[in-house]
Design a protein around this ligand. Structure first.
Ligand code: SD4
Length: 317
């Protein structure tokens, strides 16, 4: 068996490549990184890597993580500035005995010392979004915190090893130094090859309150299917936040167990994800909530076309 699942339509190209590699016997640990790198490198995905949206100061600060489900080793970076592929730095940190999670200047210095490529990650298009949002926030009183999609990829390889990786520019207009769930083990990602893995996307501040990814893996260990684990964790967390905090942000997750069975859950209108396994051809699904359950179906050509048009549309400043 082999399998791969990732958050959001933007992961499609990378997942497609990694699915072929997994089918040919590649390792999960490398496959998740390769799939995330494809998203980091694509300039039109505005919430991950190159072209990611900036902080309120107009700087791009990136978070990423990687975890090996065999050894439970993980590496992560927060607020990494102007390094081409944060997920590669996270993977390299995962091979160190100490200093698994580095942030800010220290993360950048370490990455440079290891020879990781420097790259100016702020694009003109991201700056257009930034200027537009600054004005909208002033003119219309809109919340600045919007437009955020983290890529999270889980893979299972033919040897039964599992791995997960994440990468994000975090919340648009976040404060300088803000770290979300994506580089935080147990919240944005978790992976144990003997059980399964999960990864999350949405409002990090809320996802962290539920230690969301760890909780999904724990429930799979206790016998839930991935879908049961995903649904129960997302909707219980949402209920808890509503009753105790008065509101709940976007919460979306994907997960896979060691048999290659997968699940997805969301509390938002449309959450897309991509999956391929030895028994499931590569598919982009659109998930939506129906009460306390998530239903999903393959997207159609019109949906794919609308997506392609949207990410290329000119930004009216
Ligand atoms: C964060 N969880 O930094 C990330 C953002 C995200 O979909 O996933 N948005 O809070």
């Amino acid at each position: 068996m082999w399998g791969i699942i990732a958050t959001w339509r933007m992961a499609l190209e990378g997942v497609s490549e990694s699915a072929s590699a997994l089918a040919g016997g590649s390792a999960a640990t490398a496959s998740v990184v390769d799939a995330v790198v494809a998203v980091e490198d694509f300039p039109l995905y505005k919430s991950v890597g190159y072209g990611g949206l900036p902080t309120e100061n107009g700087e791009v600060e990136l978070d990423a993580a990687w975890m090996d489900g065999d050894t439970l080793a993980f590496g992560a970076v927060g607020n990494l500035v102007d390094i081409a592929n944060p997920v590669k730095v996270a993977q390299a940190l995962g091979r160190q005995r100490y200093n698994s999670l580095l942030v800010g200047q220290g993360a950048r210095e370490w990455a440079l010392s290891q020879g990781f490529a420097e790259k100016k990650m702020l694009t003109e298009r991201a700056m257009q979004h930034y200027r537009k949002r600054c004005r909208e926030t002033l003119d219309k009183g809109l919340s600045p915190y919007d437009g955020h999609d983290t890529v999270g990829v889980i893979a299972l390889d033919q040897r039964g090893s599992m791995s997960v990786a994440t990468s994000t520019s975090g919340l648009f207009m976040k404060k300088r130094g803000r770290v979300g769930d994506s580089p935080i083990i147990g919240s944005g990602f978790y992976c144990d090859s003997q059980i399964g893995a999960a990864t999350a996307t949405g409002v990090g501040e809320d996802l962290m309150k539920g230690c969301t990814s760890y909780e999904i893996v724990r429930r799979m260990e206790q016998g839930m299917t991935p879908q049961q684990a995903a649904d129960s964790v997302v909707y219980e967390l949402e209920d808890k936040l509503m009753s105790r905090f008065g509101r709940a942000g976007d919460l979306s997750v994907v997960c896979m167990n060691r048999k290659g069975e997968f699940g997805a859950a969301t509390n938002i209108k449309t959450f897309s994800f991509v999956v391929a396994t030895a028994s499931q051809p590569l598919t982009v699904f659109r998930a939506e909530r129906v009460k306390e359950k998530t239903h999903y179906q393959p997207v159609d050509d019109a949906w794919m076309q609308a997506y392609a048009d949207r990410i290329r549309a000119p930004i009216e400043e």
